[in-house]
Design a protein around this ligand. Sequence first.
Ligand SMILES: Nc1ncnc2c1ncn2[C@@H]1O[C@H](COP(=O)(O)OP(=O)(O)OP(=O)(O)O)[C@@H](O)[C@H]1O
Ligand SMILES: [Mg+2]
Length: 294
Amino acid sequence: MRDQAWRLRKMVEEKVFPVRGRARVLAVTSGKGGVGKTNISVGLAIAAAASGIRTVLLDGDLGLANIDVLLDLHPRKHLGHLIDGEASLEEVLIDSPGGIQVLPGASGLTRVADLGNVQKQRLLEAVARLVEEFDLVLIDTGAGISRAVLDLCICAGEVLVVTTPEPTAIVDAYAMLKVFSTEASAPKKWLVVNQVLSRGEAQQVSSRMIGLAQQFLGSEVNGCGSVLLDPRVRASVRRRQHFSLAYPSCPAAKGVKEVAHNLGLAGRAGSHGFLNRLKEIWIGDRSRPRERSI
Ligand SMILES: Nc1ncnc2c1ncn2[C@@H]1O[C@H](COP(=O)(O)OP(=O)(O)OP(=O)(O)O)[C@@H](O)[C@H]1O
Ligand SMILES: [Mg+2]
């Protein structure tokens, strides 16, 4: 049966809207809820932005969007307004701490499949502009194997699966990897282990999952590190300031930076960061970032 993702891809191929595919698009997801997707997405976005990568973070948790809460943003308009034609992309994007742009989500939008054609077209056009205007589009998704989450991940092209060392989270992450492996155009898969007690524990979980995916799913999964269980994370959530800004040298912040580095988002320049810096040096355009048309 031809699914939603297939139709979206077809629209892209047929140039129904102008995707030029500049940005790298990475969706952050998990099988089990509450494993740390949103905290890790925000941390990766901040780390990438600190490396000069123009980054937008899209709250793709269509059921329970909460990046705005985590970052103490007070958006007047969100994805729902954009989809309903009540706000433009300029009106919904918010300048956020850490030099990132956030596109706040709309809670309660549980079924993308229920959107009308005009709404879907607006959503696609918005994503197309993000892809064109930014170097990195990070998408924080909801947990679990819903069609909406799978579509976002498949269209992104790269997916970061978050798990914790808890058996329930591991089983659900594996189920997620299994579903991806059965999709016609499977995304590139990365794995991060969050809330670990030690690097040894992370290594154990990660190599076991990568081995199982290889053996039973014939699927390549790339480990990209781990983040320690760190009380500063919870404290930062309460303060509504991300831990990588509130406590930049805490163990969790160091872990997220390392994950960003392993994903090629920070610590060393991605191609766009490299080009921008080269332009700055050669053309001397240090004073202002490239003007955005949105
Ligand atoms: N490395 C960590 N150390 C300690 N606590 C953590 C860590 N990562 C996440 N947490 C805690 O777990 C809770 C859930 O995190 P978060 O909201 O990022 O998860 P999520 O996967 O996005 O959840 P949901 O599935 O509901 O969207 C947070 O309130 C935070 O306090
Ligand atoms: Mg979340």
